[in-house]
Structure formats: C-alpha cells, structure tokens
Ligand binder design. Structure first.
Ligand code: HEC
Ligand code: HEC
Ligand code: HEC
Ligand code: HEC
Ligand code: HEC
Ligand code: HEC
Ligand code: HEC
Ligand code: HEC
Ligand code: HEC
Ligand code: HEC
Ligand code: HEC
Ligand code: HEC
Length: 269
C-alpha cells in the first residue's frame, strides 16, 4: 500500500512537471485502464513519435494498449514480453530480443553487434551451411563482421587489395563467391587480363603469339575451375596419323606449348 502511495506521489510530481498533460492524476487513478490510445501522447512524446515514424507492423497491426495493458499506479507491470505475441519459430526462441530490436516502437531498426552468427542462422541456414562446407578464413568470421547492417553487402575491397591495380570491385565476382572464396570458378567469357595479374608469363606469351591460339581466351581452354588443364585432344581429336603419334606421344614435341605454338606455325602463313 505504501508503495502505491509513493508511486502515486511520484506520478503526481512527474505529471505536473510534464505540464503538457491535460489528463490529471486523479482522473487517471480513477479511470485506470479506461485510458485510450489517444491519451498516451498527452504525457509521452517519444514512443508515439517513434511509432509514427518507424513503427512498422507495431503501428499498423496493433496499438499502444495491445502491448501496455493498464497503467501505473493501477497496474504496475505493463511492459509486455515479446513472447506474448511472437512464438513458434527458432528466431523467437532467442534470448534478449531487445539486444537487436533495441526499440520496440521501431521494431525493424536494428542494433547489431559485430560478433553475431547463430541468430542469423535462424533465418539464413543456407548461408551458414555454405560457409561451413567450404572452409576458408571467412568461415571463422562472424556474419556481422561483414554484414554490419542487416541486408547490406560489403565490398571485398573494404578488406582486401585487388590482384592488380586496374581490378575493381565488380571483377571479384568473376572468380570468387563471398561464402566460399577458395572455390574459384569463372565463366568462359572471363577476360584473360584478369588471369594476367598472377600468370604474367602465360599472358605475355599468348598475346605475343601469332598462331590461332592467340585468339582464344585463357578461360576458353582452362574451363570453369581454376587449375583445370585441358588436353590438346579435347579440341583437336587425333589430327595426325596414328604412326606419328606413336613415335612422338607428346604434341609438345613438335608444337612446343599451347601458349606458344612452334614458330613454324607462324611462318606457314
Ligand atoms: C497523465 C499523463 C500520462 C498519460 C495520459 C499516460 N501516461 Fe504513461 N506514464 C506517465 C507517467 C508519469 C509514468 C511514470 C510512472 C511510474 O514510473 O510510476 C508513465 C509510465 C508509463 C510506462 C512505463 C511503465 C514502466 O513500468 O516503466 C508506460 C509503458 C506507459 N506509461 C505507457 C502509457 C500508455 C500506453 C499510455 C496511453 C494508453 C499512457 N502511458 C498514458 C504518465 C502518463
Ligand atoms: C509491440 C508492443 C509495444 C507497443 C505497440 C508499444 N509499446 Fe511501449 N514499450 C514496449 C516495450 C517492450 C517497452 C520496454 C522497452 C525497454 O525495456 O527498453 C516499452 C516501453 C514504453 C515506455 C517506457 C519507456 C520509454 O520509452 O519511455 C513508454 C512510455 C511506452 N512504451 C509508451 C508507449 C506508447 C505511448 C505506445 C503507443 C504509441 C507504445 N508504447 C506502444 C512495447 C510496446
Ligand atoms: C501485443 C502483441 C505484440 C507484442 C507484445 C510484440 N509484438 Fe512484434 N508484432 C506483433 C504483430 C501483430 C506483428 C505483425 C505480424 C508479425 O510479424 O507477426 C509484429 C511484428 C513485429 C516485427 C516486424 C515488424 C514489421 O514491420 O514487419 C518485429 C521485428 C517485432 N514484431 C518485434 C517484436 C519484439 C522485439 C517484441 C518485444 C519487445 C515484440 N515484437 C512484441 C505483435 C506484437
Ligand atoms: C541477434 C539479433 C536478433 C535478436 C536477438 C532477435 N532478432 Fe528478431 N530479427 C533480427 C533480424 C536481423 C531480423 C530481420 C529483419 C528484417 O528482415 O529486416 C529480425 C526479424 C524479426 C521479426 C520480423 C520477421 C519475422 O520473422 O516475423 C520479428 C517478428 C522478430 N525479429 C522478433 C524477434 C523476437 C521476438 C526476438 C526475441 C525472441 C528477436 N526477434 C530476437 C535480429 C534479431
Ligand atoms: C527473422 C529472419 C531474419 C534474421 C534473423 C536475419 N535475416 Fe537477413 N534477411 C531476412 C529477410 C526476410 C531478408 C530479405 C530477403 C530478400 O529480400 O530476398 C534478408 C536479407 C538479408 C541480406 C541481403 C540479401 C540480398 O539478397 O541482398 C543479408 C546480407 C542478410 N539478410 C544477412 C543477415 C545477417 C548477417 C543476419 C544476422 C545478423 C540476418 N540476416 C538475420 C531475414 C532475416
Ligand atoms: C567475409 C565477409 C562475409 C561473411 C563472413 C559473411 N558474408 Fe554473407 N555475403 C557477403 C558478400 C560480399 C555477399 C554478396 C554476394 C557475394 O559477393 O557472393 C554476401 C551475401 C549474403 C546474403 C545474400 C544472399 C546470397 O547468398 O547472395 C546473405 C543472406 C548472407 N550473405 C548472409 C550471411 C550470413 C548469415 C553469414 C554468417 C553465417 C554471412 N553472410 C557471412 C560477405 C560475407
Ligand atoms: C570484413 C572484411 C572482409 C571482407 C568484406 C572480405 N574479406 Fe576476404 N578475408 C578477410 C580476412 C581477415 C581474411 C584472412 C586474412 C587474409 O587472407 O587476408 C580473408 C581471407 C580471404 C581469402 C583467403 C581465404 C583463406 O582461407 O585463405 C579469400 C580468397 C578472400 N578473403 C576473398 C574475399 C572476397 C572475394 C571478398 C568479397 C566477396 C572478401 N574476401 C570480403 C576479410 C574480409
Ligand atoms: C580471374 C579470377 C580472379 C579474380 C577476378 C579475382 N581473384 Fe582473387 N584469387 C583468384 C585465385 C585463382 C586465387 C588463388 C591463388 C592461390 O591459389 O594462391 C585468388 C586468391 C585471392 C585471395 C587470397 C589471398 C591471395 O591474394 O592469394 C584474396 C584475398 C582474393 N583473391 C581477393 C580478390 C579480390 C578482392 C578480388 C576483386 C578485386 C579478386 N580476388 C578477383 C582469382 C581471382
Ligand atoms: C590471385 C592469383 C591468381 C589468379 C588471378 C589466377 N591464378 Fe591461376 N594459379 C595461381 C597460383 C598461385 C597457382 C599455383 C597454385 C595452385 O595450383 O593453386 C595457379 C595455378 C593455375 C593453373 C594450374 C597450373 C598447374 O601447373 O597445375 C592454371 C591452369 C591456372 N592457374 C590458370 C588460371 C587462369 C585461366 C586464370 C584466370 C581465369 C587464373 N589462373 C587466375 C594464381 C592465380
Ligand atoms: C579449348 C580447345 C583447344 C585446346 C585445348 C587446344 N587447342 Fe589448338 N586450337 C584450337 C582452336 C579453336 C584453333 C584454331 C582452329 C582454326 O581456326 O582452324 C587451334 C589451332 C591449333 C593449331 C594451328 C595453329 C595455327 O595458327 O594454324 C595447332 C598447331 C594447335 N591448335 C595445336 C594445339 C596443341 C598442340 C594443343 C595442346 C598443347 C592445343 N592445340 C590445345 C583449340 C584448342
Ligand atoms: C589453346 C588453349 C589454351 C589457352 C588459350 C591458354 N592455355 Fe594455359 N595451358 C593450356 C595447356 C594445354 C596447358 C598444358 C601445358 C601445355 O601443354 O602447353 C596449359 C598450361 C597452363 C598453365 C600451367 C603451366 C604453365 O605453363 O605455367 C598455366 C598457369 C596456364 N596454362 C595459364 C594460362 C593463362 C593465364 C592463359 C591466358 C593468358 C592461358 N593459359 C591460355 C592451354 C591453353
Ligand atoms: C612429329 C611432329 C608432330 C606431332 C607429334 C604433332 N604434330 Fe600437329 N602438326 C605437325 C606439323 C608439322 C603440322 C603442320 C602441318 C601442316 O601445316 O599441314 C601440324 C599441324 C597441326 C594442327 C593444325 C592442322 C591444320 O589443319 O591446320 C593441329 C591442330 C595439330 N597439329 C595438333 C596436334 C596435336 C593435338 C598433337 C598431339 C596429339 C600433334 N599435333 C602432334 C607436327 C606434329
């Protein structure tokens, strides 16, 4: 009882400080839960303002009094648990909803710490699995080390140097995927220049060559997976009589290498 009186006194002081208040303490105490949603703003500015601006479904689907049932001093505990309305999925089993949804009046404005992984997996299982099945340093990082804001995707170049000065962010995707960066694959149209950053010799030889291989891109022969080496016969079948090939089993014995076919190929023209 003493508590109630103290609370009432505190409320009286507060309400008279608010000045804006047109509802009196006496009226509130008597009316109790007969307050209506329209009354709240007379004493509370912040919550109505936040809800109006960013309330999302907490504005459109429910009202103040669906969550706050009653009011001090008549009812003391009027802060709802999220679980009163949200249950039935892994995401709703997490602890401390307000750690991320820091303002229930703006439920989709998130505060994300930099070390979050597990909670993301309650909705993005596929990405977690991909990182786990393709071990790389990225698999050891927290999701929010890269995705600092929900839904935002970082530039690789915010953490890495490019392989060559003329390589830009958009080029990284030609060969890498963020969640399996060591599984390097590329399309057939990938420009040879992007391989040149690490294979200068092959690039210089091929571009200097005047044989018909000159017209082929690296990715046209080294198909799709980094490190793949084609056999000459994949494209040429058996170009010479079997007798010759038995005697000289390596094409390179006469043609040198694919990047630098023998000079007499040029002279022929
Ligand atoms: C006459 C002014 C007045 C009106 C109208 C009013 N409040 Fe309050 N409200 C207060 C005061 C003063 C307190 C602080 C009471 C306390 O801490 O004991 C408070 C506290 C609260 C709290 C915090 C309770 C807690 O446990 O921390 C909530 C939530 C709240 N009000 C919601 C509402 C809602 C929702 C409405 C509209 C339905 C509303 N109020 C209308 C003055 C008002
Ligand atoms: C989805 C449920 C929900 C709705 C809808 C809601 N609130 Fe709240 N409100 C909360 C929760 C949860 C807290 C406690 C937040 C915390 O602990 O940080 C809270 C805290 C408050 C507080 C005390 C802390 C503060 O921010 O000053 C007031 C006052 C308040 N709400 C008023 C309102 C008013 C007014 C409305 C309608 C315009 C409203 N609330 C709508 C859930 C809700
Ligand atoms: C009185 C019921 C109620 C309470 C309590 C409640 N919510 Fe909600 N919330 C809803 C409804 C209804 C929706 C819209 C339907 C849905 O998404 O389930 C919603 C939607 C949301 C959304 C999505 C918003 C959007 O615009 O899409 C978030 C996030 C959310 N709630 C978080 C919370 C958190 C965190 C708490 C606890 C602080 C909480 N809610 C407490 C009823 C409630
Ligand atoms: C680690 C951070 C984190 C925690 C903890 C967290 N959430 Fe979320 N929540 C999110 C993110 C991120 C989203 C996705 C937001 C979006 O889609 O814009 C989300 C979305 C939601 C949504 C809307 C989507 C849906 O599935 O309906 C609701 C409702 C929700 N959370 C409620 C809760 C509740 C209730 C809790 C506590 C049991 C909680 N959240 C705990 C980060 C969190
Ligand atoms: C409650 C479910 C939920 C939670 C929890 C959640 N997300 Fe999401 N996330 C979504 C939804 C829904 C989308 C929108 C998907 C779409 O537009 O295709 C999304 C989108 C994204 C996107 C952008 C996708 C795109 O195509 O651009 C990223 C990145 C992302 N989330 C990362 C995260 C990270 C990191 C976390 C943990 C902090 C997280 N999410 C937690 C539901 C969630
Ligand atoms: C090293 C940084 C990094 C880490 C760690 C990371 N991501 Fe991503 N994520 C990205 C980038 C960059 C993209 C854009 C797609 C791409 O480039 O492959 C992306 C895309 C996404 C998308 C959009 C859908 C898609 O696959 O394109 C979702 C959802 C997502 N990430 C969730 C997560 C989750 C959940 C985690 C933690 C389990 C996580 N990410 C860890 C960098 C990262
Ligand atoms: C938030 C910072 C961050 C972002 C964004 C990021 N990375 Fe990384 N990445 C790292 C760190 C840290 C390492 C480990 C140290 C290193 O190798 O530089 C790493 C390692 C790697 C590795 C070597 C992996 C291993 O296990 O050896 C590759 C490949 C890679 N990153 C590619 C990418 C690509 C491609 C992107 C964009 C899709 C990207 N990274 C985005 C931080 C990041
Ligand atoms: C033409 C394909 C290709 C492109 C484009 C490409 N990479 Fe790579 N990247 C590779 C290959 C292949 C490796 C592995 C080299 C090895 O085995 O050591 C690699 C390795 C890496 C590594 C691991 C450390 C290192 O330097 O060896 C990082 C980090 C990296 N790439 C980041 C990037 C970034 C950032 C971009 C975009 C600016 C990018 N890559 C564009 C093919 C590519
Ligand atoms: C970031 C540097 C880097 C880039 C970019 C790069 N490579 Fe490599 N590549 C390497 C390294 C280092 C090796 C040797 C280590 C290994 O086998 O992974 C290698 C090995 C190879 C091999 C196998 C050599 C052997 O003896 O088995 C081929 C073929 C190859 N690369 C082709 C390419 C092609 C084609 C591209 C462009 C689509 C490319 N590389 C882009 C660094 C790179
Ligand atoms: C990915 C397919 C592919 C591979 C692998 C390949 N080639 Fe070719 N090669 C071609 C094409 C396409 C031409 C041009 C044919 C034309 O225009 O008639 C060609 C032309 C040639 C020519 C004639 C050159 C000229 O300028 O007249 C020789 C010789 C040759 N290849 C030898 C080889 C040898 C030896 C290897 C293995 C070391 C090899 N090729 C691997 C596709 C390939
Ligand atoms: C006509 C098909 C063809 C083209 C085009 C081609 N290669 Fe090759 N490459 C081969 C073949 C076949 C081998 C195996 C060695 C040989 O017989 O010449 C090879 C070997 C390699 C090797 C490993 C051995 C070495 O010589 O270092 C690397 C690395 C390589 N290529 C990179 C490249 C790059 C980078 C390009 C583009 C600048 C390229 N290749 C263009 C067919 C090709
Ligand atoms: C004993 C030396 C020798 C060997 C071994 C050899 N070649 Fe040749 N190849 C030649 C000569 C010489 C020509 C030029 C013939 C001409 O111009 O009519 C030629 C021409 C070619 C041509 C161009 C044909 C055209 O119509 O323009 C291709 C393609 C070719 N060789 C592929 C291969 C492949 C693939 C191998 C390995 C399986 C191979 N060669 C092994 C000597 C050889």
């Amino acid at each position: 009882m003493m508590k109630k009186i103290l609370a009432a006194v505190r409320l009286l002081i507060l309400t008279s400080c608010f000045c804006l208040s047109t509802v009196t303490f006496a009226a509130m105490a008597q009316a109790g839960d007969q307050l209506s949603n329209a009354d709240c703003i007379k004493c509370h500015q912040e919550a109505p303002r936040d809800i109006a601006a960013q309330g999302g479904a907490h504005k459109t689907e429910i009202s103040c009094m669906d969550c706050h049932q009653g009011h001090p001093p008549t009812v003391r505990d009027i802060i709802p648990a999220c679980s009163e309305c949200h249950s039935g999925s892994a995401h709703f089993e997490l602890d401390n909803c307000l750690n991320c949804h820091s303002n229930p009046h703006a439920p989709l404005v998130l505060k994300l710490a930099k070390n979050i992984t597990g909670p993301c997996l309650t909705c993005h299982q596929a990405e977690g699995t991909q990182l786990k099945e393709n071990q790389s340093f990225h698999s050891t990082m927290a999701c929010t080390a890269c995705h600092q804001e929900h839904g935002k995707v970082p530039d690789c170049l915010s953490c890495h140097e490019p392989h060559a000065d003329d390589m830009v962010q958009a080029d990284c995707k030609l060969c890498h995927q963020a969640h399996k960066p060591l599984v390097i694959t590329y399309a057939e149209k990938t420009p040879s220049k992007s391989c040149a950053a690490c294979h200068e010799e092959a690039y210089t030889q091929l571009t200097a060559s005047t044989t018909k291989h000159h017209e082929l891109s690296c990715a046209k022969c080294h198909k799709q997976t980094h490190g793949m080496i084609p056999a000459c016969q994949d494209c040429h079948g058996a170009p010479h009589p079997a007798g010759i090939l038995r005697k000289f089993p390596e094409c390179g014995q006469c043609h040198s290498t694919a990047h630098n076919l023998n000079q007499w190929q040029d002279e022929k023209k």
